[in-house]
Design a protein around this ligand. Structure first.
Ligand SMILES: *[C@@H]1O[C@H](CO)[C@@H](O)[C@H](O)[C@H]1NC(C)=O
Ligand SMILES: *[C@@H]1O[C@H](CO)[C@@H](O)[C@H](O)[C@H]1NC(C)=O
Ligand SMILES: *[C@@H]1O[C@H](CO)[C@@H](O)[C@H](O)[C@H]1NC(C)=O
Length: 244
């Protein structure tokens, strides 16, 4: 079976014993106000992820670099084989949570929030048809989503290693939507400007139809990104180190 998606992340791989960086708020699980503390810590922590933290296992999220991503043609209004390279995803640290709750009893985490503007800039290769028109080329691309809303739900299990407790994701689900999508693919059709401008115009005029079709794919990509980030954080920060 051929995988429809293929994503490569540039996450830190080294293990370390560094402690929690001082610019992150700490919470203690015995604290009766733990949930409130965790929610504030997560909101503030998100704004701090403008560089990588070895102790937390978090990559730089501003921008998040994604070396390689492919999405295969599956027909429909955007029937296109897509390759994206050298991507930078920016705006993630502006995420405003409406809710983020770590429930230590239920072993679940729920996060719900909005990112005002997500810019996804890559070097693209496209080949296929959009709204029945041919689209082909390679160059720089910018797919921008306005008011990207995400609801992420995950359950985890506890794994004990070296007498320390780590969280491991069992299940993760994401629902997402955006208020508006913008597309910009430079240099389509080997740089024949009129053709390229026309396709970009058609795509932006019909953004809703295309977005409805691409939403599940982008949803899956974002789910994998979030799952990857949590896996990294949770593999590095034991419950004892983080919450005691
Ligand atoms: C993404 O950022 C890296 C590092 O700053 C840069 O080398 C690369 O060209 C950027 N990618 C795009 C598509 O702009
Ligand atoms: C990407 O597209 C958005 C929406 O059109 C625009 O606001 C933004 O300036 C663009 N970014 C770049 C680097 O061209
Ligand atoms: C494991 O941790 C518990 C609780 O922190 C402690 O009482 C015990 O001595 C530790 N055991 C080892 C082998 O380090």
């Amino acid at each position: 079976m051929i995988m429809r998606y293929y994503i490569v992340f540039a996450f830190l791989a080294t293990l370390s014993n560094c402690s929690i960086p001082p610019n992150f708020k700490r919470c203690f699980r015995k604290d009766p106000n733990f949930k409130k503390c965790y929610s504030e810590a997560a909101q503030f922590g998100t704004t701090q992820l403008t560089k990588a933290y070895e102790a937390l296992g978090t990559p730089n999220l501003e921008p998040l670099h994604i070396p390689f991503l492919t999405v295969r043609d599956k027909g429909g209004v955007f029937s296109v084989d897509q390759i994206f390279k050298n991507c930078n995803l920016s705006g993630l640290t502006n995420l405003k949570f409406d809710q983020i709750e770590l429930d230590l009893e239920k072993k679940s985490l729920i996060a719900d929030g909005v990112i005002p503007k997500v810019e996804f800039k890559c070097q693209y290769e496209l080949n296929g048809k959009v709204l029945l028109l041919p689209i082909k080329g390679e160059g720089d691309s910018n797919v921008t989503l306005i008011n990207f809303h995400a609801n992420y739900r995950t359950s985890y299990e506890e794994v004990v290693k070296n007498n320390k407790t780590y969280f491991k994701t069992v299940k993760s689900e994401l629902d997402s939507s955006a208020q508006r999508w913008y597309f910009q693919f430079d240099n389509l059709f080997n740089g024949i400007k009129e053709l390229g401008d026309n396709i970009n115009l058609v795509m932006n005029d019909n953004w809703k139809e295309i977005a409805d079709e691409l939403q599940p794919e982008y949803n899956e990509i974002v789910r994998q990104i979030l799952k990857g980030i949590f896996a990294k954080i949770w593999s590095k920060t034991s419950l004892e180190k983080f919450l005691d």
